[in-house]
Design a protein around this ligand. Structure first.
Ligand code: GLU
Length: 444
């Protein structure tokens, strides 16, 4: 069999989202698992929908996730070579497409009815936009290698579709077919959204006598609350998730499992391991669910496995220098076990930087005794280290017959303002004696 070649073909119309990352990842793995090539192709022929910065964001994020490409193409640059126009003209010559001079219709417009057959199809015009002349009867079909079934359409339900606009720019339908053919793509993998376009592509492939690549559509990622995952229902943009404090390798690992599962249900994979284990037959037909709790759990696991120096740098960058690297390095070991995202660093360690407001309703019923005794015990302490602090507090608990858990909870609240914090005695060491004594004193 010839070498496998896949592509990721995003349109630069906005943020790269989780679904796009998944398509890129699976396409990459499909090629690399068989020693093949992975192509990045920017599909930017619809200049009206293009968003500035989107192309660069796609490239830098793919690099960040390690999805490096072997070839890079930009469709708007390829327009100049005339290949799309040439292909469209071929189709006209073969009687499979026609010129049309109607003003372009806006399919988004309310009340717009999609006419299956275009009034210009039999006029024999010699200039204008070029549209596909869909045969009046028959079917088109292909075997979807992800969905693992044959899918067919009755041509009566397929519309005469624009392939080349009057300005000479191809539409997606023409450009995608010409490019997949020209670039020798063997496997086309894309989101389910694109399935309705496939019959048009199939007719173009046939019309141009191109060999059909294998085509597969990945099932939609679902929102845990129902429906498709969408921007509206929370951040699904990769950049937004990174800004929320997810590690790229954790995010990528999470995405690996949104539609693929190895036979042994293993969950942790580096990109290399994923590629080694990837089999296109293991792509799932059922819809994956974007489970934020699982992502949080996985991210926490990755945080625990990452060395402190790298984590500190990432936290430093995330907060754009709000905390110094030194501060982060000192506090990180105390919070590392508990944070799920890098953003949690701030909420868990804020009390190191600011005296917290105290919500008195959090305290237990003996809080005043607990705080007074801590104050007395700690005030006299000469050596401000963990061992001495432990010792003197436990002694006070014993002498006063306090309950250990209640005592430390009240002390924790008095110092941090919260019930869930890093280990309290270690935090006292880090805060320093003066600050601890002050925080207790103000409550007495
Ligand atoms: N340009 C399309 C997109 O933005 C690509 C669809 C395909 O892969 O064929 O997703």
């Amino acid at each position: 069999m010839s070498e496998i070649k896949t592509r990721f073909a995003p349109s630069p119309t906005g943020d790269l989202h989780i679904g796009g990352l998944r398509t890129a990842l699976y396409s990459y793995a499909l090629a690399k698992s068989e020693g093949g090539k992975f192509v990045l192709r920017i599909e930017d022929t619809d200049k009206k929908r293009e968003k500035e910065g989107s192309k660069d964001q796609i490239k830098s994020l793919l690099k960040l996730f390690g999805l490096d490409w072997d070839e890079y193409h930009v469709q708007s640059e390829r327009v100049k070579t005339g290949i799309y126009r040439e292909a469209a003209r071929q189709l006209v010559k073969r009687g499979l497409a026609f010129y049309c001079q109607c003003p372009p219709k806006d399919p988004q417009k309310k009340g717009a009815v999609l006419e299956m057959r275009d009034p210009c199809r039999d006029k024999g015009l010699r200039s204008g936009a070029i549209k596909l002349k869909v045969p009046d009867s028959g079917n088109v079909s292909f075997f979807d290698f992800v969905l693992k079934k044959k899918i067919s359409w009755n041509l009566k339900s397929v519309a005469d579709t624009t392939l080349l606009k009057s300005d000479g720019f191809p539409t997606y339908h023409l450009a995608v077919v010409v490019d997949d053919h020209e670039m020798g793509i063997t496997h086309v993998l894309r989101g389910h959204d694109w399935l309705p376009s496939t019959p048009v592509h199939l007719l173009v492939y046939k019309g141009l006598s191109y060999n059909l690549p294998e085509i597969g559509h990945l099932t939609d990622i679902l929102d845990p609350n129902g429906g498709k995952l969408s921007k509206r229902k929370g951040s699904v943009s990769c950049q937004a998730l990174l800004d929320d404090g997810y590690l790229p390798e954790a995010l990528l690992n999470f995405v690996m499992l949104l539609g693929w599962a190895p036979k042994d249900n293993r969950e942790f994979f580096s990109l290399d391991e994923f590629v080694k284990n990837f089999k296109k037959g293991d792509l799932q037909v059922s819809n994956p669910i974007f489970n934020r709790e699982k992502l949080n759990w996985m991210n926490g696991e990755y945080i625990r496995r990452t060395d402190n120096l790298r984590l500190s740098r990432m936290i430093f960058d995330l907060f754009e220098g709000k905390y110094s690297l030194r501060e982060i390095e000192v506090i990180l070991p105390l919070v590392k076990e508990r944070i799920k995202t890098l953003r949690d660093f701030e909420s868990l360690s804020l009390f190191f930087f600011e005296r917290p407001e105290i919500d008195f309703s959090l305290f237990g019923k003996n809080w005043q005794d607990h705080i007074k005794s801590s104050f007395v015990a700690l005030k006299e302490l000469k050596n401000w280290d963990l061992e001495s602090i432990n010792k003197v507090l436990l002694k006070s608990i014993e002498e006063n017959h306090f309950k250990t858990g209640d005592f430390f909870m009240d002390l924790r609240i008095a110092i941090t303002g919260k019930r869930v914090t890093p280990p309290i005695n270690e935090s006292l060491v880090l805060l320093g004696k003066d600050e601890v004594i002050n925080r207790l004193d103000r409550l007495i």
